[in-house]
Design a protein around this ligand. Structure first.
Ligand SMILES: [Fe+2]
Ligand SMILES: [Fe+2]
Length: 304
């Protein structure tokens, strides 16, 4: 049985404290600087592509930044209804629980809005159009067709992942565009509470589950992971086409091949591997199923 020290009252208090307004962090004089990289190299992995010039590496880095925040938006579009559905059957039982979960949902709605504003500014400022997989509603529908525990585990992993990316790769990288960094910093500050609420959601969902239902949740977690993984090659293809348009040249066949290999693995690590390997995520999985923790640790090697 999963036990956690997190509680709704403290999480709610923390989220009220760090809450920010969209208009304070994007728009007006707060603009993206397209002369700078947006993403940390540990996620973008553009340096291995030696056939790219310095300028082309920055273009690819920014294409990856656009895809990164688009992906956050996609994920948030299924987190929002999931959290509301989780809150709704027990609205009258614990006021802190209800308020903390509604605050969580409201923050995700705000993040979706923020990342749409970012996408507008990116499209207006970047040299070419960048295509993305989707649409988000279809991806959300496919994810939400799985058992609640499977979905909750995916959300738990992804939200811990946002914390790791910011703290380990973004915060101390002085080369990144300050505005892009600021968006990630503000997002990180609110996501910190989501990881705790996710843990409480997993706890509530597993409280009355038998071994079989927990196993079903774990296999659904793996199935959703495979679904996300299945979308990556198409996204990499879109990124390659966008980069060729932005650079104004076509790469040779061996160069394109190298691009696909490097970027597929970069995106697998960004969206899947770095979530699967988060110690806090693995700790929670281990408490509900030690065998599943081992299984996920072994699977994660392919996503590094
Ligand atoms: Fe978010
Ligand atoms: Fe979140």
């Amino acid at each position: 049985m999963l036990t956690t020290n997190y509680n709704y009252q403290e999480t709610l208090a923390a989220s009220v404290k760090v809450n920010w307004r969209i208009e304070d962090i994007i728009g007006g004089d707060k603009r993206l600087d397209f002369t700078k990289p947006f993403m940390p190299e540990s996620l973008a992995r553009v340096e291995a592509l030696e056939f790219l010039s310095v300028e082309e590496k920055i273009l690819l880095n920014q294409i990856r930044g656009f895809g990164y925040l688009y992906t956050f938006g996609v994920v948030e579009e299924f987190i929002l209804p999931f959290v509301l559905d989780h809150a709704r059957p027990h609205l009258n039982e614990d006021d802190y629980r209800t308020r903390a979960l509604l605050q969580f949902a409201s923050e995700e709605a705000k993040h979706i809005h923020l990342f749409r504003k970012f996408a507008e500014e990116f499209k207006a400022g970047f040299v070419t159009n960048c295509e993305t997989i989707g649409p988000p509603e279809e991806i959300g529908k496919a994810v939400l067709a799985h058992s609640p525990l499977g979905v909750a585990l995916v959300i738990l992993g992804i939200e811990w992942m946002t914390q790791k990316h910011y703290v380990e790769s973004v915060r101390d990288d002085e080369d990144l565009d300050p505005q892009f960094k600021s968006l990630l910093r503000h997002h990180w500050a609110e996501e910190a509470q989501h990881t705790k609420l996710d843990t409480l959601m997993v706890q509530a969902l597993t409280d009355n589950l038998g071994t079989k239902e927990i196993e079903k949740g774990i296999s659904d977690y793996a199935a959703i992971g495979a679904l996300i993984d299945g979308g990556i090659p198409q996204q990499v293809e879109f990124d390659l086409q966008a980069l060729e348009r932005a650079a104004g040249r076509n790469f040779s066949e061996p160069e394109e091949k190298q691009f696909r290999v490097v970027q597929r693995q970069a995106q697998r690590w960004t969206y899947i591997g770095s979530a699967m390997t988060h110690p806090k995520f693995l700790e929670t999985v281990g408490e509900i199923s030690p065998g599943a923790q081992k299984q996920i640790e072994e699977m994660s090697i392919a996503f590094s």
